[in-house]
Design a protein around this ligand. Structure first.
Ligand SMILES: [Zn+2]
Ligand SMILES: [Zn+2]
Length: 348
């Protein structure tokens, strides 16, 4: 008997690491953030957020709980999706006729301000205020403020052996502090010494076309020497959304294994990339003498298609993507930013 492809749940339980409610929460957060950028007349970042919202809402029906989810919420997002798609198309056509760069838009906004529009808000210049993350929290929080040198020195993480990152050209740049990775390793040390993995979740904000990873959340977790599962995703998400941060991926240790992405890691990463295409998977492998860390993504559409169709659980082999790309690759647009302030929430 042939089964209609529409009724087949191509996204089996292996890709339902996060509850569907989390995806809807992110969708609502994107709507809120779009309003902020709209009010600031920050068209470049508004377009990115609208694109991310439309992408997310079109992927949500893949989730196996979708058919049983609140009809009201689904109808609401169908309606918003239509409105925001129209807004995005209009903005894109404005951009193609006028502002090609952030600079063009700033000039445009400045002119508008000069022209006396009393309600116009001039958008911030390209100087990035990375110290804007302040909070009070019931969770233990460690804050690190790094001294700001005269000139920002960014190191580009070079894409190396596992791919050339070409499929990531539509992703926004991502900045991360190298000290965040080092401090994570330090906080993981007790587990690492016992040959147990540790995982953390990364939170970021978007400003002038760049996602800045400014928060590391170490959740309650179940861990073994070759796997690590965060518990209570809702608690993690609550910390992120309270600070208007987006889930931009995760970091975990391989205490005794080399620096690579296991099949379970690939499924976890698929769930993050479903939320935002910029999401990264950072693997810290202190005992790998050739490479002690890697910042990876699934190739898209090559790797994401393989993962979307895979219903296996546990460790299992994956077929090669049909377009010849590697299933995952080094991120091509992630930069180590020494000036980035970050915070750590240890929820364990
Ligand atoms: Zn792993
Ligand atoms: Zn699989």
């Amino acid at each position: 008997m042939e089964i209609s492809s529409v009724s087949v749940d191509v996204n089996g339980k292996s890709n339902n690491r996060f509850p569907l409610s989390l995806y809807f929460k992110l969708a609502n957060q994107l709507i809120k953030q779009a309003k902020v950028f709209r009010d600031e007349r920050n068209i470049i970042d508004l377009c990115t957020i609208l694109e991310r919202y439309c992408r997310l809402v079109s992927k949500i029906p893949q989730h196996s709980s979708y058919s049983t989810y609140s009809v009201q919420e689904k109808l609401h997002h169908n309606k918003v999706h239509q409105e925001l798609t129209t807004e995005l198309e209009n903005l894109k056509s404005q951009l193609s006729h006028g502002f090609r760069t952030q600079k063009d838009q700033e000039v445009y906004n400045e002119r508008k301000v000069e022209n006396g529009g009393a309600e116009e808000t001039k958008i911030q210049s390209s100087t990035i205020n990375v110290n804007c993350v302040t909070q009070s929290s019931p969770f233990p929080v460690l804050t690190f403020i790094q001294s700001v040198p005269e000139a920002v020195q960014l190191s580009h993480i070079a894409a190396s052996d596992s791919g050339d990152g070409q499929s990531q050209s539509s992703c926004q740049d991502v900045h991360i502090s190298v000290r965040l990775m080092e401090d994570f390793l330090e906080l993981a040390r007790d587990n690492t010494n016992k040959d147990l993995e540790t995982c953390g979740v990364l939170g970021a904000f978007l400003k002038n076309g760049i996602f800045y990873i400014t928060t590391l959340i170490i959740p309650k977790q179940e861990t073994t020497s070759s796997s690590c599962q965060a518990l209570n995703e809702e608690e993690i998400y609550a910390v992120q959304s309270e600070h208007s941060l987006f889930p931009l991926g995760w970091i975990h240790t391989h205490p005794s294994q080399s620096c690579f992405m296991s099949s379970i890691d690939l499924h976890t990463q698929y769930c993050y990339q479903l939320m935002l295409p910029e999401a990264v998977a950072i693997v810290m492998a202190p005992t790998d003498s050739t490479r002690n860390y890697g910042i990876f993504r699934l190739s898209d559409p090559g790797g994401t298609t393989v993962l979307k169709e895979c219903q296996e659980r546990g460790f299992h082999p994956h077929k090669e993507p049909s377009d010849g790309s590697p299933i995952y690759e080094d991120c091509s647009n992630v930069y180590v930013n020494p000036n980035l302030r970050f915070e750590i929430f240890d929820l364990r």
